[in-house]
Write a protein that binds this ligand. Structure first.
Ligand code: SF4
Ligand code: SF4
Length: 442
């Protein structure tokens, strides 16, 4: 089925897809929780400062935190209610972070959004709406979108790629968004093309999502493209097809340099979910305060694709889905390849949460790791051509600060090396440690 399809040339792996638990389930809205924890660090850049006080009344969609200077994105109330506390709460990646807790007013009516015509807006006007709505890359590291869509003039961007690859096992949020909101994603792509002043867009989708490919092709054929050239690009199923550098090479053949950025080769990549959020921000004037996530794994009673308010605690989602199974062994935020294990169900959903996996013992590998046997499998699997085996050996030998020579800073922690390692070496953990120590020694 994959023969002749677009793909990247170096490395990659084929983990079990495990998408069957949720890929056919339409998105359902989780009831508004009794309180939400809106973290002030949900994006790449400086943390937000609160712009509300304890006991203030806020309405759904109100701006409650912002970054005054530098890189960042504002955060918004995801429910109407009263500011109960401004303090700290559990964070899915940094363990704890500043937070605004809102107690929900269950009587408050839901906020309504009316579509508006955007085609007469200037590039600056469109970017201002995206900034105001607090849009960040919701499929990745949370880079502020208004900044990503403002590349330097010397970048000569000519191509937009909408990333619908969703190559992480289990996750089906972009898949469902492309099935259920294809028209909005195409309109979002037109907005981005208008901002960038270019004509060409490719929508990259792995062929294990044949229905999404069909839905997006149909939406493209029905859309009034007004001179834009938008095409669907079916991709080979291979992890990490959805990583920016690999996706760019798969679709355009252009290779982003090791320390380079997509715009260095004339490309901007936006995830399908972020493109829908851009549509919401520009056409509906709707801030980013809710998102679609996949909740999956054999450890949850009822796997689902859910529309949740940002700030909803994982424990509230577990209650909505009927609880966890007895053999639950690990909870992961994100996919199994790049996600983070979380120690507590108090963690709230943030803008970059793509999924919550409740994995049982037979879905994870807990066997102890051994010495490197120099098989070289990790070298073959690494899509960046790095030497993860050497990084691991150096870290164990107390020489983590000397690992830049093996490409530690070019590693984007895809986990392919660890996935193939027969000695079960925790190569990504070694790499994260090496990055920390090597940075300190610079
Ligand atoms: S985690 Fe890093 S070193 Fe390992 S395969 Fe991915 S890019 Fe290469
Ligand atoms: S795959 Fe594992 S055992 Fe093989 S060379 Fe890499 S680190 Fe060593």
């Amino acid at each position: 089925m994959n023969k002749g399809l677009l793909t990247f040339p170096k490395g990659g792996v084929h983990p079990p897809e495990s998408k069957e638990l949720t890929e056919h389930l339409p998105v359902e809205a989780v009831p508004v929780p009794s309180q939400v924890d809106i973290l002030l660090t949900q994006h790449f850049g400086a943390p937000c400062e609160p712009v509300v006080k304890k006991k203030d009344q806020v309405a759904e969609g109100d701006r409650i935190g912002d970054v005054e200077a530098g890189l960042g994105a504002s955060v918004h109330a995801s429910v109407s209610g009263k500011v109960k506390n401004i303090g700290f709460a559990a964070h899915p990646i940094t363990v704890r972070a500043p937070c605004i807790t809102i107690e929900t007013d269950t009587e408050a009516p839901p906020r309504k959004f009316e579509p508006c015509e955007w085609s007469s807006l200037s590039k600056e006007g469109l970017l201002a709406k995206i900034k105001k709505a607090g849009i960040v890359g919701i499929g990745g590291a949370g880079f502020p979108t208004h900044v990503k869509l403002s590349p330097p003039p010397e970048a000569k961007v000519d191509t937009l790629i909408i990333n619908g690859a969703e190559c992480e096992p289990y996750l089906t949020t972009d898949h469902r968004l492309m099935l259920e909101h294809a028209e909005e994603i195409i309109e979002g792509a037109k907005i981005i093309l208008t901002i960038l002043g270019i004509k060409q867009a490719h929508i990259g989708i792995e062929v294990n999502k044949a229905d999404a490919i069909e839905a997006m092709m149909e939406a493209v054929s029905k859309a009034s493209l007004n001179g834009f050239d938008v095409k669907v690009a079916p991709l080979k199923v291979k992890y990490p097809q959805g990583s920016e550098k690999q996706l760019i090479q798969s679709i355009t053949g252009r290779k982003v340099p090791g320390f380079g950025l997509p715009f260095d080769v004339g490309v901007i990549v936006q995830n399908a979910g972020t493109t829908k959020a851009i549509y919401d921000a520009v056409v509906l004037d709707k801030p980013l305060y809710e998102k679609v996530i996949t909740v999956s794994g054999k450890g949850i009673k009822r796997p689902a694709n859910l529309l949740v308010r940002i700030g909803t605690r994982v424990s509230d989602i577990v209650s909505f889905l009927g609880g966890i199974n007895e053999d639950l062994a690990k909870v992961v935020l994100g996919g199994p390849m790049m996600g983070f294990a979380v120690p507590s169900l108090d963690v709230p959903v943030i803008k970059t949460t793509s999924g919550i996996l409740f994995l049982t013992q037979d879905e994870i590998d807990t066997s102890p790791h051994g010495q490197c046997i120099r098989c070289g499998w990790c070298l073959e699997a690494c899509p960046m051509g790095l030497s993860p085996n050497e990084i691991g050996i150096y870290v164990e030998g107390g020489q983590a600060e000397n690992t830049a020579q093996f490409g530690v800073f070019e590693c984007f922690e895809c986990g392919c090396c660890a996935y193939v390692c027969p000695a079960k070496r925790p190569l990504v953990q070694f790499i994260r440690l090496a990055k920390m120590k090597a940075k300190k020694s610079m």
